[in-house]
Design a protein around this ligand. Structure first.
Ligand SMILES: Nc1nc2c(ncn2[C@@H]2O[C@H](COP(=O)(O)OP(=O)(O)OP(=O)(O)O)[C@@H](O)[C@H]2O)c(=O)[nH]1
Length: 221
């Protein structure tokens, strides 16, 4: 079902990577990745390009990650709408695989082994929560917060070790992000552990409809 050559690209992960440490400037030597390859079906047009209070959702997402990462990748199927975004643009290696395909692509193209992933439609990221996720367990394959008992895989940290695990999962036709978690070393961040850093959980709010956008961004201080 999937073109074999696309999965062969996972060999890129074997290229030498810089040490997984902290830069002298204080920002961790990790990549941020904004996933922006969705169809915005519920919104009706590309929601990432919607402007609210002078800033587009896509720029908000990139800026929020730039505080925590040394480099921000923007991953999508179509890159043309994002040519003027301040991020390194990367096209999905395997198109139309949903966010899991976006994570796969981000890991392949990241110069650092760890990638902090965020959906483009999540306007907020509490810096203290970001720092917590990035420092809690650097040895895990996945560091993922849990909200109301469910994983929040679109605001999580993934290691390059996930590349072959995701490839196998996609080959099996599974496109849910959590579909590969059973193969990975997953560090769950329970609600009581992250709430102190983001009391109202705004880092997880996302925009699906125009009403969501109005409602969510009205909270901005
Ligand atoms: N790179 C990449 N990102 C994707 C892909 N599909 C979805 N995403 C992103 O993943 C996040 C969650 O996507 P979804 O909720 O499934 O889709 P959506 O476009 O946001 O909205 P709907 O079409 O209304 O479901 C969003 O940030 C999307 O832009 C994909 O195939 N590639």
């Amino acid at each position: 079902m999937h073109p074999g050559h696309a999965f062969a690209a996972s060999g890129l992960a074997e290229a030498p990577k810089p040490p997984d440490s902290h830069s002298s400037g204080g920002r961790p030597m990790i990549s941020g990745a904004v996933l922006a390859g969705g169809q915005s079906r519920r919104f009706g047009r590309n929601k990432c390009l919607e402007t609210f209070r002078g800033k587009r959702l896509i720029d908000r997402a990139v800026e929020s990650l730039a505080e925590s990462a040394s480099l921000v990748l923007l991953v999508a199927n179509e890159l043309e709408p994002y040519l003027n975004v301040d991020a390194r643009l990367v096209r999905d290696v395997i198109p139309r695989q949903g966010p899991l395909g976006g994570i796969y692509t981000a890991l392949l193209f990241s110069p650092y082994p760890r990638v902090f992933v965020k959906a483009a439609d999540m306007p907020f990221l509490e810096p203290r929560l970001a720092r917590r996720l990035l420092t809690i367990d650097e040895k895990a394959d996945v560091v993922v917060p849990v909200l109301e008992g469910e994983y929040e895989p679109l605001l999580a940290v993934y290691h390059a070790r996930c590349i072959p695990l995701i490839a196998r999962t996609l080959e099996e036709g599974e496109r849910r992000i959590v579909g590969f978690y059973r193969r990975a070393r997953v560090k769950r961040i329970e609600e009581e552990a992250w709430r102190p850093f983001d009391p109202d959980g705004r880092s997880f709010w996302n925009v699906n409809t125009a009403e969501d956008l109005e409602r969510i961004l009205a909270f901005e201080p």
